[in-house]
Design a protein around this ligand. Structure first.
Ligand SMILES: *Cc1c(COP(=O)(O)O)cnc(C)c1O
Length: 350
């Protein structure tokens, strides 16, 4: 199977497994795991923040990052396709009393005006007041799109002037960094709290880090324990993430090239189904049920994000050639489907 459902399906490489096996560990709840501490320090430094907290998932980092910024009964603003709004099982509301209000954004990229129209830091006695804004880059459901730096700077300035806090869901910030060449900290320093994942394109088996200032990370450490997220010899996992930082960041460019090659192979058969490819995610406008089942029958796994949205994600566990091959399979399916449609409409007309 050529598995392009997600970049979360990557398995640790032999080199990564060796690094994990050799990791020096201790009890992280006691603050005694040197490998966890090293990962937290290194990530914070890369992102230009004071401190970091290693967690089991990106969802947990987002949950903690948002609750640090939004008191119960106040609102978080984000776009309607944001991971925090759609894919975190309502945790921000269910566990922390956060009210979420959303704007619509084409491919997940909002204009600064769209954000400005939503901000209401002092909404008065009848409406919910805005405590924070969350942005996502790259944008997952938007198709791996990158928030432009000018937009991020404008939104950050807007929030600062309004006394509203700013969270970045940077699960795939690595991909944005490699695609644009903009240093990680140049984006991350604009935000009060930032989540990055090691379990996506970086290929580690488990783990994400939340960065912020010392005071916020100290609070997040307590809140993580309250949620049952304190862990012990987690250095085994942190070693995989540290290995990924050393060996798997620059190579994301190969995933981006493979995504473009996949898209080109699809477009050779069905040009109308394919849009621009910014990073390692390709979103196709196609009948998802038919395409997912048809591709699976030919050894290619892609996922359905909606009735007419198919997603393919490239990663280090698939080769460039496999991505081209997968694109040809999906492209041929789309022509066959289009032929079927044409025949049906000819029959109807006849
Ligand atoms: C994957 C992802 C996360 C976190 O996912 P977990 O499965 O909880 O690690 C957060 N945000 C975005 C945009 C993601 O794609």
């Amino acid at each position: 199977m050529i598995d392009l459902r997600s970049d979360t399906v990557t398995r640790p490489t032999p080199g990564m497994r060796a690094a994990m096996l050799a990791a020096e560990v201790g009890d992280d709840v006691y603050g005694e795991d040197p490998t966890v501490a090293a990962l937290e320090r290194r990530t914070a430094e890369l992102l230009g923040h004071e401190a970091g907290l290693f967690c089991a998932s990106g969802s947990l980092c987002n949950l903690l990052g948002v609750t640090l910024l939004v008191p119960p009964g106040m609102e978080l603003l984000c776009d309607s396709a944001a991971h925090v709004a759609r894919a975190e099982m309502g945790s921000h509301a269910a566990l922390h009393g956060v009210s979420v209000r959303t704007w619509q954004a084409e491919a997940g990229i909002a204009t600064t005006d769209a954000v400005a129209r939503m901000l209401q830091p002092d909404a008065g006695p009848f409406l919910v007041s805005t405590a924070a804004v969350a942005l996502e880059s790259t944008h997952n459901f938007g198709g791996g799109t990158i928030q432009p730096l000018t937009h991020l700077r404008e939104v950050a300035a807007l929030c600062r002037e309004s006394g509203v806090k700013l969270h970045l869901d940077g699960a795939r910030l690595w991909n944005a960094h490699v695609a644009t060449g903009v240093p990680l900290r140049e984006v991350a320093h604009l935000f009060d709290t930032v989540t990055v994942c090691f379990s996506k394109g970086l290929g580690a088996p488990v783990g994400s880090v939340l960065v912020a200032n010392e005071e916020r990370i100290a609070r997040a450490r307590v809140l993580r324990k309250r949620l049952g997220g304190g862990w012990r010899q987690a250095g085994i996992l942190a070693a995989g993430a540290l290995y990924a930082l050393e060996h798997h960041v620059d190579r994301l460019a190969e995933d981006h090239a493979a995504a473009r090659a996949f898209a080109a192979a699809v477009a050779a058969h069905a040009p109308a189904a394919v849009g621009d490819v910014a990073t390692n995610i390709v979103v196709l406008d196609a009948p998802a049920g038919t395409v997912v089942a048809g591709a699976a029958a030919e050894g290619v796994a892609v996922s359905a994000l909606g009735p007419r949205t198919v997603r393919a994600v490239t990663h280090l566990d698939v080769t460039h050639e496999e991505c081209v091959q997968a694109g040809e399979v999906v492209g041929r399916l789309l022509t066959r489907y289009a032929d079927g449609q044409n025949r049906q409409s000819e029959l109807r007309m006849a």
